[in-house]
Design a protein around this ligand. Structure first.
Ligand SMILES: NC(=O)c1ccc[n+]([C@@H]2O[C@H](COP(=O)([O-])OP(=O)(O)OC[C@H]3O[C@@H](n4cnc5c(N)ncnc54)[C@H](OP(=O)(O)O)[C@@H]3O)[C@@H](O)[C@H]2O)c1
Length: 260
């Protein structure tokens, strides 16, 4: 007689997911909750977060909506306290909120450059600053502890018009390599995920009206079988589920047909 073995590898884990109101963050929040984690979901769109939390709760999970702007350091710090009070000390941070506003450099779209720097760098640092103490405390109590950040394949590839976005993602990839030196010895795992083209709302935010600006992404979506947010969510869940002494450090995940 065969038996079906079911596991919930993230039972007892407390997670925060930023950028959880859509795309990769939403799918990952749902997947982490499905594997047993209690999940705080953060982003600006409160209605979307309420819907994500309701979906998790309806499926038997635990979710806490946290409407906030991650570029607001005080709000992120307050949220860290709120999660600790409501769900317990965080041991899994998915630092994922980001924006991609590609344009030719000679268009000098200062506002777009600043928005990417504010969110993809300052926002990411605000989340690290607010939650690293909880990760260290969780690890010190013998729990697995994960800081997982969403970079991009753009961090390492040379893609025309992606300069500022790629620069912010290269910052994340290098930052996390350095964080491993300090946090690894405290048993906090630091992982970076570098996806290729994922079918989400990300290209919709581009402000450059020239369709050429988004041609690469549009072509990929039209021509190949791109990744789904669920594909990335599964990878994040796997990173968090391996034994505590194993750190999956830098994961590139591409659609099979994506070469660049
Ligand atoms: N899609 C791809 O092909 C791809 C490839 C590589 C890497 N990535 C990275 O994946 C991450 C997630 O993007 P996605 O593809 O899932 O796109 P998405 O659906 O646009 O998700 C972006 C998320 O970030 C949130 N966000 C934006 N500004 C915020 C702010 N100031 N404060 C808090 N949250 C904010 C958005 O929610 P609100 O608007 O509600 O705040 C949304 O939940 C990003 O870091 C992106 O750079 C995506």
């Amino acid at each position: 007689m065969s038996t079906v073995i079911t596991t919930s590898p993230l039972t007892d884990r407390v997670a925060i997911v930023t950028g959880a109101s859509s795309g990769i963050g939403e799918a990952t929040a749902f997947r982490l909750a499905g594997l047993g984690a209690k999940v705080a979901v953060a982003a600006r769109r409160a209605d979307n977060l309420e819907a994500v939390a309701a979906r998790i709760t309806a499926a038997g999970g635990t979710a806490l909506p946290l409407p906030l702007d991650v570029t607001d350091r005080a709000a992120v710090n307050a949220a860290a306290q709120q999660v600790a009070d409501r769900l317990g000390s965080v041991d899994l941070v998915f630092n994922n909120a980001g924006v991609q506003l590609i344009s030719p450099i000679e268009d000098v779209r200062f506002e777009d450059w600043q928005r990417q720097i504010d969110l993809n760098i300052t926002g990411v640092m605000n989340v690290i600053g607010a939650f690293v103490p909880q990760l260290i405390a969780s690890a010190a109590r013998g729990k697995p502890a994960d800081l997982i950040t969403t970079s991009s394949i753009a961090a390492t590839r040379v893609l025309e018009k992606f300069s500022v976005y790629s620069g912010t993602k290269a910052y994340i990839s290098q930052l996390t390599r350095l964080l491993r030196v300090e946090l690894g010895r405290k048993m906090v795992r630091v992982s970076t995920i570098e996806p290729g083209m994922v079918d989400t709302e990300l290209p919709d935010h581009v402000t450059d009206p020239d369709p050429d600006a988004t041609r690469l992404m549009a072509d990929l979506i039209n021509d190949i079988d791109v990744l789904t947010a669920a594909d990335v969510a599964e990878t994040v869940a796997f990173i968090a589920s391996v034994p505590r002494h194993v750190n999956l450090t830098e994961i590139t995940i591409l659609p099979t047909q994506q070469a660049v």
